[in-house]
Design a protein around this ligand. Structure first.
Ligand code: SAH
Length: 205
C-alpha cells in the first residue's frame, strides 16, 4: 500500500508514510471486512459512513506538515484510522465524531493499539474543541459547504494549517487554509459535514 498507492503517487512526507506503514488499517474495521482494508478506495464502516482511501489519509496528514510536537484536531473520527495515523505524527490528537456508536468503536480500536495520545469526543465537531485550542493542525474529514466553519479557523495556532474538503457549485475540492490563504489541492468526494440542526431532523422532530 505504502509503495504503490502512496509513494508512487506523490506522497513524500516521511512522517505520514512511516505512520501509514505502522498503523494496522484492518484493526479499525470489523473482521468480515479485513480483506478490504488495504484496497485503493474508501471502505464502508456502518452508519452510512466510510473510512477514507489510504491516499487521502496520507495526503491530508502530509498537508498539515507536522513536526511531532503539535496538538491536532480531527473532525469526523469515523473508524478512528485517520486519528490513529495522526497520533503517530504529532504529540496529541483530539477527534470528534457525531455518531456515538462509531466514536465508541474508534475509541476501542485506538485503545487496543495502545495509542493513548488520542481523545475521542462525541458531538458536533463543527464547533471544534475550544477548551483544547489552539491546534497545530486541524483535519476535517467531512465536506463543508462553501467554507469551513469559522470556529475551526479560530482554533488554529499561528502558522498552522486547516485541511478540509469543501463543496461548491461545481464539485468538491480538498483545500488547505493557512495564514488566511486558501489552496486548492485535489478534487475529492467526502460525506457531508453535518450541521447541528440535522440531528433534530433525523430524529423526526
Ligand atoms: N477519518 C475517518 C473518516 C471519516 S468519514 C476515518 O479515518 O475513518 C466522516 C465522518 O465525519 C463520519 O463518521 C461522520 O459521522 C462524521 N461527521 C460528519 N459531520 C460531523 C460533525 N458535524 N461533527 C462530527 N463528526 C461529523
Amino acid at each position: 500500500m505504502v509503495e504503490r498507492q502512496l509513494r508512487g503517487r506523490g506522497i513524500e512526507d516521511e512522517r505520514a508514510l512511516t505512520a501509514m506503514e505502522e498503523v494496522p488499517r484492518e484493526r479499525f474495521l470489523p473482521p468480515d471486512q479485513w480483506r478490504d482494508a488495504y484496497r485503493d478506495g474508501a471502505v464502508y464502516i456502518g452508519e452510512g459512513q466510510t473510512m477514507s482511501q489510504p491516499w487521502i489519509v496520507a495526503c491530508m496528514t502530509s498537508l498539515l506538515e507536522l513536526k511531532g510536537d503539535e496538538r491536532v484536531l480531527e473532525v469526523g473520527t469515523g473508524s478512528g484510522y485517520g486519528a490513529g495515523v495522526l497520533s503517530r505524527c504529532c504529540a496529541e490528537v483530539v477527534t470528534i465524531e457525531r455518531h456515538a456508536a462509531l466514536a465508541e468503536r474508534a475509541r476501542e480500536a485506538l485503545e487496543e493499539l495502545g495509542y493513548d495520545n488520542v481523545e475521542v469526543r462525541v458531538g458536533d465537531g463543527a464547533g471544534g474543541a475550544p477548551d483544547r485550542a489552539p491546534f497545530g493542525g486541524i483535519s476535517v474529514t467531512a465536506a463543508a459547504t462553501g467554507e469551513p466553519p469559522r470556529e475551526l479557523m479560530d482554533q488554529l495556532a499561528p502558522g498552522a494549517a486547516l485541511v478540509c474538503p469543501v463543496r461548491h457549485a461545481h464539485g468538491e475540492d480538498l483545500m488547505r487554509f493557512r495564514e488566511g490563504r486558501a489552496e486548492r489541492v485535489v478534487p475529492v468526494r467526502f460525506v457531508p459535514l453535518v450541521p447541528d440542526e440535522a440531528d433534530a431532523e433525523e430524529e423526526g422532530r
